[in-house]
Every structure is written in C-alpha cells, then in structure tokens.
Design a protein around this ligand. Sequence first.
Ligand SMILES: Cc1cc2nc3c(=O)[nH]c(=O)nc-3n(C[C@H](O)[C@H](O)[C@H](O)COP(=O)(O)OP(=O)(O)OC[C@H]3O[C@@H](n4cnc5c(N)ncnc54)[C@H](O)[C@@H]3O)c2cc1C
Length: 416
Amino acid sequence: MICAVEALRLGLKVLLIEKMERIGKKVLATGNGRCNLANRNFDMTHYHGSCLPAAEVVFEEYPPERIEDFWKGLGILYREEERGRCYPRSLQASSVINVLRRTLSYYEQEGSLKVLTDTVVTGIRLDKKQKLYEITCRTREGEQAKTLQFKSSQAALLTGGKASPRLGSAGEGLEMAGKLKLPVTDLRPGICRLLSPDPMTRRLSGLRFDTRACLLSGKERIAEARGELLFTDDGISGPCALDLSRQAGELLKEGKPAAIAADLAEEYPEGELFALMMERCELLKAVSLEEMLEGFLHKRIIPEVISQTGLDRKAAAGTMDKRKTGALCRVMKSFCVEISALDSFKDAQVTVGGVHQKALGQGLECAAYPGLYLGGELLDLDGDCGGYNLMFAAACGLSIASGAAAHQLDVEGGRG
Ligand SMILES: Cc1cc2nc3c(=O)[nH]c(=O)nc-3n(C[C@H](O)[C@H](O)[C@H](O)COP(=O)(O)OP(=O)(O)OC[C@H]3O[C@@H](n4cnc5c(N)ncnc54)[C@H](O)[C@@H]3O)c2cc1C
C-alpha cells in the first residue's frame, strides 16, 4: 500500500493486486490493534538476515525521519511509548489503514490506480523479447474461477512471507520467487510463542507477570529480554518470549538445548533475596515452606518453584538452612522453562528467512530481472519485535516506488 501511494504520488500508474477481500488486513492486527509502526531506538542491530546490505541501502535512502514524514504527510502522528515503540497517536491501527485506503481511493477515482481485491497472483514471468512482466492471477466471477493476465514493464512482489496466513501472506510470493530461480533461504517462524514439553506450563496456563527473562543454552546465557511473560497450555508467550524467539529458533536449529529462565524476584539482588528469605524462614518457622512463600510469589507458581529446588514443600520453614535457602533463591532468580520448539507459522508475527540477498542487484531490484522489485517480509530480513518490521516494510515501499519512478523516466528518456 505504501509503495502504491508513493508510486502514484511520483506520477506512475499502478495496478494493486490483493488476494484478500480488502487491502491492509494484516496491519489491522499489528501491535494488538494499535499498530506499532516504528521505533525511535532504530539502528541496524535490530535487523537480521542475509539482506542486511540491501536493508542498509534502503534505510540510508529512507531513514526513520523520512518514514515519519511520510506518515505525517498522511496525517498520522507518532505516539512514543515504552522502549521507543511508536504508534499512531490515536493508538488505532485502523487509522493507519483508513488514511492509506483513503489516499488510494483518491487515485482510483482519478484513474491512475486500479485495485483488484479477492485476486491471487499465481505467476510472474518475464517476456524477454517485449521486456514485459506477465502477471497471472486467479479471481472469481460469481461462482466461477477466472484467470487474468496483465503485462507491465515493472512489477513489485510485496507478498510478505508465511507468517499468519489467515491475514494474507501464505508463502505464495516465496514460491513465485523460487519459480523465477531466485535463491530462497530456509524459513522458520519468528516473533512467536515458544513451546515447551514441560507439563508445568499447562498447570500455570494463564499466569502472567512482568519479568526479566534470559535465554539459556545449558549454562550459557544467550540473550535477555524484559517485559510480560505469559504461560500457555503448551509453552510461553508474551513480549518476553516473543523477543527471545529468534535466538531460541537459532539454538533449536543447531540442535542445542534451549530454556527460558525468568527472574521471579527481579527487584532483589541475590544477596538481598537470600537475607530476606532467611529472615522469613525464621519469622514464619512454624508454617510450611510453601506457606512461607505465600504473599511473596503468585500462589500457583509456588509448588513449581519448590519442585525445581528438590525441597519438600510441606517441610517447616524453620528447617531451612543456608544451603537450602540458597537453592530456593537460585530458582527464584532463574525459574527455568525448557523450550523444545517454536510455534508454527499460523500464529507467528514474522518469517525468518526469505529471498536471499544474492537475488538483489542495486537496492531492491532483482539482479536477474530488471524492473522487478522485491521487498518487505518476502526478503531474508526480519526485525526485532517493536515496530522494526513495519519500518522496514515502509522503507521498502518508498524505495521501490522511487526506483520504479526513476526507471520509468529512464525508459521515457531513452524513447525520447
Ligand atoms: C499479528 C501480527 C502483529 C504484528 N505486529 C507488528 C507490529 O506491531 N509492528 C511491526 O513492526 N510489525 C508487526 N508485525 C509484522 C508486520 O506486520 C510484517 O512484518 C509486515 O506487515 C510485512 O509487510 P509486507 O508488506 O512485507 O507483507 P504483508 O504485510 O504480509 O503484506 C503482504 C500482502 O500481500 C498479499 N498477498 C500475499 N500473497 C499474495 C498473492 N499471491 N496475491 C495477491 N496478494 C497477495 C497479502 O494478502 C498481504 O496483504 C505483526 C505481524 C502479525 C502477523
């Protein structure tokens, strides 16, 4: 949509083909309906994948200020929240989509844009003689399936990846890239839930709390995240888990062990926690260990914490010595959940992997196919949770539009 808006502003004629019944469906679901469209802490360390060189070029051309200006120009002002995350000031993803749809409908009425919804692009090929791309689509006319074909000197494949297929992107773009013999890397879900074989997560299902969590591989600390952690029937979710899912996916791919360790007493350094627990055990020596922890930890997690220490939860708190208290504190500072897999693409927010950098020439134009542009999640580039993916999608859209407009001028100049 962004690419179309910019291309139209630059004077190009555009055909926008969308498989869903309306354009922009995914954006409505972003940021829990609030659309986290950018991040003020932008730098390239928040991006991963082979297409980093292309992303650097794109962001040099369209740095965060130019992306913000694009949104401002449409009437969308940023509202910055925690960790630099920017949302539309209205905190409504629908306002982002409405302004884009309204702008596009202006160009539709003016005649420079045609939008085809409920239409799936099924193939794209280059007619080398005519230097035109033939785009084949499938649509319906009443109950009848119908095939459409279009020709254009330039095309942009912005079909997203495979994540959350119910919102549109189901991997067809990657299949088309494969048919064009473009290199596509292995794919896996990103920014997704982490699955655990431990039945404990089912017992804790629904429990959520703010924490600092650490991704461990054996004893090695791999990464850290802060935010809410949520237990589900088959694993963990919430911003903390989503933030750590990329690196957890790396470990699992390499066959290494992975676990998330949550700090259940974040505000207490280890020494202070130890002193506090010794004091509580003395003060409440007549009650059981699990009763001693009540009021300090959530009731549902107490038996799980004690079980990880190997202590007897029914034993009197007064029987706790320094060794046992030390063991209890270590578990509270590092409450472990084993991770065995990532959630499927069905509910993931992004695709890790995609079309490899080797497919690209200058910027986002295909090396082997002049006038064919690729961008967004289709590429082997994924950003961290927090607005980075929509920022990249926006920068790609703007960059492709300006590349296509320049290309058009060259062609017209050449003809002239
Ligand atoms: C639930 C959820 C929440 C998210 N929240 C955030 C967030 O808050 N901030 C953030 O930065 N990122 C977020 N993301 C990630 C972000 O939405 C994507 O990375 C971004 O939208 C990718 O943009 P894109 O244009 O490359 O692809 P998409 O947004 O996936 O758009 C691709 C479009 O192409 C259409 N399409 C696909 N195949 C075909 C075909 N064969 N023919 C015709 N049309 C086709 C699709 O229907 C879709 O409309 C979230 C993702 C999800 C799923």
